[in-house]
Design a binder for this molecule. Structure first.
Ligand code: CTP
Length: 398
């Protein structure tokens, strides 16, 4: 669980987006966090403390003079063992209060009284004109200068019927950003390019050859790289997965398309991670029309041509990024893995232990480099992805 053991104070201010805060509370809980909800009086006009209490499993605080805290200092106590304060939704008015250091309700006082190291993240939610107003923009700039993290806002249809910037991010996008805020920014400013998923080589317009890769490992690495601060481009074969938040995804089908997309995106990349299960061969005599089974020739005879080796092509370039390959062997992993690393001429190769990893949520890896091999014991793919990103980050020039 991405937020296991984390304690989050979730502040709600007045805005129709309060309904999304209900879902965010559940999502935070599912990710392992414990959530302490604090509401302004305006927020209670949009959603009741009863709802938020039921979802968070904890009494909600909305009043500075709440007598339930023994020393009557809710504004101090609530933030002392927290790992982050998240204000979602954050109204125009509350942004202004944060900027000016107002202390006229529990939530604003709690924010001012937070320990200096405690992260404060705000998710603005307001009408487009309110967002664009120079006063708001001035305040938002000051907020960021004060080290407060801004989550969104997004653009799109608004509850008031207008359209534009100011929509609060969706709960799952907020969750993703909150998780990312806890990750060390070990790849800040680095550009990372990945391939992931299977490829699909057509036989005719409705049939083709593919493999069992689900894309989960590659997508988990893309997500981990983004959470570590990288600018991430993911070239993906056909998968059922959503693009990780903040990752640019380019969708392709064939190995040739994947190869072309990689070369197109390569300029300026610091790291290239080839996770895709690329088909080694394509059907050379693919039919432009659907093959019919009652054709006179009987069963079709497929001819194969070799696909380009994307990783080997990139690794052979004179100004190559730091290259990482993957290997799925069915036997002799330790021997074949190191041989493959040397053959592909790359500094790091990741071996899947066993070839039954396709589609699973966990995995077990061996890393091969010039010094030997290291085991990353069985874990879920996201945790392994973070470990791999940490290893890659440690190998890059600073
Ligand atoms: N790869 C690639 N382009 C290909 C084939 C593979 O970029 N046409 C990359 C994969 O993404 C992976 C690595 O090369 O990172 C190893 O792929 P694999 O198919 O296991 O290795 P091969 O060199 O094809 O060797 P073999 O199939 O004989 O095991």
């Amino acid at each position: 669980m991405d937020l296991a053991g984390k304690k989050i104070v979730l502040g709600l201010t007045g805005g129709i987006a309060c309904y999304k805060a209900a879902e965010l509370t559940r999502a935070l809980g599912k990710a392992g966090a414990s959530v302490q909800v604090v509401m302004t009086q305006a927020a209670t006009q949009f959603i009741t403390p009863v709802t938020m209490q039921a979802l968070s499993g904890k009494p909600v605080y909305a009043d500075q003079w709440d007598a339930r805290i023994a020393n009557n200092m809710a504004h101090i106590d609530l933030s002392r063992d927290a790992d982050a304060i998240v204000i979602a939704p954050c109204s125009t008015d509350f942004i202004s209060k944060l900027v000016h250091g107002a202390c006229d309700d529990l939530l604003s006082t709690l924010c001012i009284a937070r320990p200096a190291h405690l992260p404060l993240l705000v998710a603005p939610a307001m009408n487009v004109e309110m967002w664009q107003n120079p006063a708001t923009q001035r305040n938002v700039a000051q907020l960021q200068a004060d080290g407060i993290a801004l989550l969104g806002p997004d653009t799109g249809a608004q509850a008031c019927g207008e359209n534009g910037m100011g929509r609060m991010l969706e709960p799952e996008q907020l969750l993703e950003q909150i998780i990312a805020s806890f990750q060390p920014k070990i790849l800040a400013g680095k550009h990372v390019l990945l391939t992931a998923g299977p490829t699909f080589e057509p036989i005719d317009p409705v049939r083709g050859i593919t493999n069992l890769s689900s894309g989960k490992m590659g997508y988990a690495i893309a997500r981990a790289a983004r959470q570590a601060g990288a600018i991430v481009t993911l070239i993906s074969g056909p998968t059922a997965l959503d693009a990780p938040f903040g990752v640019q995804r380019i969708e392709v089908q064939t190995a040739q398309q994947m190869h072309d997309a990689v070369l197109e995106q390569l300029t300026g990349q610091d790291v290239f991670i080839a996770v895709a299960a690329v088909a080694d061969w394509r059907v050379a005599n693919a039919s432009a029309q659907k093959l019919k089974k009652d054709d006179d020739d009987g069963a079709p005879v497929l001819e194969f041509a070799q696909n380009p080796d994307i990783l080997a092509t990139v690794a052979a370039l004179p100004k190559r990024p730091y290259c990482v390959g993957f290997a799925a062997e069915s036997e002799n992993l330790l021997q074949y893995g190191e041989q493959k690393r040397q053959r592909k001429n790359i500094p790091l190769l990741v071996g899947n232990i066993g070839h039954h990893t396709f589609g699973k949520d966990d995995n077990e890896l061996v890393l091969f480099d010039a010094l030997g091999h290291t085991l990353l014991p069985r874990n879920d793919k996201q945790a392994l992805a973070r470990q791999l990103i940490a290893v890659i980050a440690s190998r890059l020039p600073h």
